[in-house]
Design a protein around this ligand. Sequence first.
Ligand SMILES: Nc1nc2c(ncn2[C@@H]2O[C@H](COP(=O)(O)OP(=O)(O)OP(=O)(O)O)[C@@H](O)[C@H]2O)c(=O)[nH]1
Ligand SMILES: [Mg+2]
Length: 213
Amino acid sequence: MTTTYTSRYIALGLGISTAAAGLCFFLYRKWRENDTDEGFSELRDGEPLPKRILVLGLDGSGKSSLLTCLSGECASATPRPTEGFNVVSIQSSTPVSMDIWEIGGGESIRKYWPNFIQDTEVLVFVIDSANKARFSEAYTEMHKLLGEPRLVDKPFVVVASKQDLQGAAKRDEIKEALGLEDVKHHRVKIIEATLTASSTNHITDIKDLLISL
Ligand SMILES: Nc1nc2c(ncn2[C@@H]2O[C@H](COP(=O)(O)OP(=O)(O)OP(=O)(O)O)[C@@H](O)[C@H]2O)c(=O)[nH]1
Ligand SMILES: [Mg+2]
């Protein structure tokens, strides 16, 4: 599938508390709903509203890097840890446009993740494939999320980042480490990725997958 994209990167890596970020998110949703009682996926001015994609995962897993890559070019500089959220809006040549949200993955921020779940249409979970010592922590956080009633039946994409690093786990190992065979009520896709400027791959595949789900 060939698709062209334009994107708007609204970097709101807030230095203030993520609770305030949650409030911003609520207000943003209200704004996108255009003051109507219609659902988030309804039409606005005759156009479908952007598909809402939520990107979560442990700190340092590669979420900001993924957003940067999706927004155009992967960053050559190291991203700063996200203290609030980042959002990138992608317009494609298909009728589907996407708002892709990342919430910081630090331990103190994870408790705010549920504030951002409402209206999510696709959940993306990023895992650092090379950091096997944190696989069990990732398993715990991922399964907590999948127990969230608002995410039942939503497509679920695991991005296995840092494939360029030596010893990075491949799809099958990630599948087993995260217990993906046991995931019910979700269509699960795993995609291996490298998210650095020097060696990027699978970004177009990820975009096309997110559009198609
Ligand atoms: N080698 C390599 N490094 C990567 C890759 N993806 C991300 N990184 C690096 O991993 C580090 C963390 O990446 P981020 O994108 O900031 O991780 P994050 O998940 O957004 O982290 P938080 O915002 O703290 O939750 C950075 O130094 C990135 O440059 C990859 O595919 N390969
Ligand atoms: Mg980040």
